[in-house]
Design a protein around this ligand. Structure first.
Ligand SMILES: *[C@@H]1O[C@H](CO)[C@@H](O)[C@H](O)[C@H]1NC(C)=O
Ligand SMILES: *[C@@H]1O[C@H](CO)[C@@H](O)[C@H](O)[C@H]1NC(C)=O
Ligand SMILES: *[C@@H]1O[C@H](CO)[C@@H](O)[C@H](O)[C@H]1NC(C)=O
Ligand SMILES: *[C@@H]1O[C@H](CO)[C@@H](O)[C@H](O)[C@H]1NC(C)=O
Ligand SMILES: *[C@@H]1O[C@H](CO)[C@@H](O)[C@H](O)[C@H]1NC(C)=O
Length: 447
């Protein structure tokens, strides 16, 4: 008879196995970049745990205006917490090409340099967007030909400058109204929907290895807008251009966040179109601040639903929060009275949502606290090249055992497991994926 705690865990564990097998498509990028290959890091932070769960990154928006804040930087530079940066503002069209043909790269260069120093990935944002445009784009009397040339010149300069550094580009940002029709922008007025393939083709030509994304908000909750995003993908492809992914901004509200099941289904719809997906700007804002204790708990559940949905979808490559501290969140400035949307408070204390996400990721990663303390983090090691690697999941006693070290030949992990009293060597996975279940020294072992 299968013990009940295990039954509860099988669904998640099988999801995670898919996450591992789905991970292999990231390999080409890793070999095609001058950046270090993202990998496991020491510690139990958001990124290191997410990577152990089979994902590429847990990242944050950041920009040079945050660089002089020592307490902020201590967390931002911690590669265990954040494995990717996206420049919050400095890489947009306005700051990078304030006058036509004169490019300014200092801001995003500094963000890229810090990411490089800390062996963090770099997500690039954003090329064709109706907002934060330089004056020349909004005031010139464009023709189809001149605006096409201006878009191509901007994208070519930006994407070439960061070729090899950017894991991905948000090529077109927020082209849709909430009802799924196209937003009234200079691009749509002059070019109709042709600005979509024009932008994606220019980006692909300038850095063939960068993943090219369409990025928007409310795709998670508004069916009509998600339908619009599906049309965006079709129009890009019909125009002969390549699109690799959909960025779901995931700006949520406490208590109004979609359920994990609903978000998983929406992400899956775009995976079925052959795309990667990502939660590109995640935050969960309180409708009024300061948040009461109950609201903090609801915020924690909302973050868990969002992160859980990404875990459940193998081609959800990672998550980026739109700042990690309430001190720098964009929410109060744009939505007065709302806020406290981040995982860390304004004084950098970790909020209940942070703890809840870490708990979820520890379970997903199959990391046993006991193994980490006793043996240096050997349990739950991810080894995508070994068909025999498996996953564990916390039981009611809070103990987890991860990879099958005997099958992967991982001596350090074997020693780590032995040091906490787990017999190893007798658990193996044959060819293919299967389950072996047993009780070892009072611990459930799932491989
Ligand atoms: C690197 O990118 C180029 C251009 O897309 C591609 O032709 C090449 O196969 C890639 N190399 C690897 C190792 O993936
Ligand atoms: C980095 O973050 C992890 C996870 O919170 C923590 O364990 C570790 O001590 C941090 N490292 C530094 C240098 O602050
Ligand atoms: C869709 O929304 C836009 C922006 O709010 C509006 O201008 C337009 O009339 C709407 N279209 C339909 C068909 O509802
Ligand atoms: C930090 O901020 C949190 C949330 O506002 C608050 O509960 C906590 O007391 C603060 N800690 C310190 C040391 O000020
Ligand atoms: C992963 O497993 C393969 C096959 O057992 C082994 O050759 C390789 O060294 C392992 N890699 C890591 C990083 O443990």
């Amino acid at each position: 008879m299968i013990p009940p705690p295990l039954l509860q865990n099988l669904a998640l564990a099988s999801t995670l196995l898919f996450a591992l097998t789905g991970h292999q498509h990231h390999g080409a990028w890793a070999q095609n970049t001058t950046k270090p290959t993202p990998g496991e890091r020491e510690g139990g932070g958001l990124h290191s745990l997410f990577v152990k769960s089979g994902k590429l990154f847990f990242g944050t928006a950041i920009d040079t205006n945050n660089f002089n804040d020592v307490a902020y930087q201590a967390i931002a530079k911690n590669g265990s917490e954040f494995g990717l940066y996206v420049p919050e503002n400095s890489q947009k069209w306005g700051p990078t090409e304030p006058t036509e043909g004169a490019f300014v790269f200092a801001g995003p260069d500094a963000v890229d340099a810090q990411a490089r120093t800390n062996k963090q990935m770099f997500r690039c944002h954003a090329l064709t967007w109706h907002s934060q445009l330089p004056q020349f784009v909004t005031t010139t009397a464009w023709t189809r030909e001149t605006l096409t040339a201006a878009i191509q010149a901007h994208i070519t300069a930006l994407v070439r400058h960061y070729a090899g550094a950017c894991y991905s580009w948000d090529v077109v940002n927020e082209a849709l109204n909430d009802n799924g029709t196209f937003r009234d922008s200079v691009f749509f007025r002059v070019l109709g929907t042709d600005f979509l393939p024009i932008s994606f083709a220019a980006a692909a030509a300038a850095d063939p290895a960068a993943k090219l994304y369409y990025n928007d908000f409310n795709l998670e909750t508004l069916r009509a807008k998600a339908d619009g995003a599906a049309r965006v993908v079709q129009l890009i492809r019909a125009g002969g251009a390549r699109i690799d992914g959909l960025g779901f901004q995931a700006h949520f509200v406490v208590g109004g966040t979609p359920s994990q099941a609903s978000l998983t289904a929406t992400l899956g719809r775009f995976v079925d179109m052959g795309l990667d997906v990502t939660l590109s700007e995640l935050d969960v804002a309180h409708n009024s601040v300061p948040a009461a204790a109950g609201a903090l708990q609801q915020q924690a559940r909302d973050y868990v639903a969002a992160v859980g949905a990404c875990l459940a979808v193998p081609r959800c490559v990672g998550i980026t929060v739109w700042q990690f501290s309430d001190k720098y969140s964009w929410i109060p400035g744009t939505f007065p009275g709302k806020g406290e949307a981040c995982l860390f408070s304004a004084n950098f204390s970790r909020k209940p949502a942070y703890g809840a996400v870490v708990d979820l990721l520890r379970s997903a990663a199959g990391v046993a606290a006991a193994v980490e303390v006793g043996g240096g983090g050997g349990g739950g090691r991810r080894n995508t090249s070994a068909s025999g690697s498996g996953l564990g999941k916390a039981t009611g006693t809070g103990v987890v055992v991860g990879a099958a070290p005997a099958a992967t030949g991982d001596a350090a992990a074997t020693e780590a497991l032995k040091s906490v009293g787990v017999r190893v060597g007798s658990w193996r996975v044959g060819s293919g994926l299967g389950w072996l279940v047993g009780v070892v020294g009072g611990f459930w072992l799932l491989v």
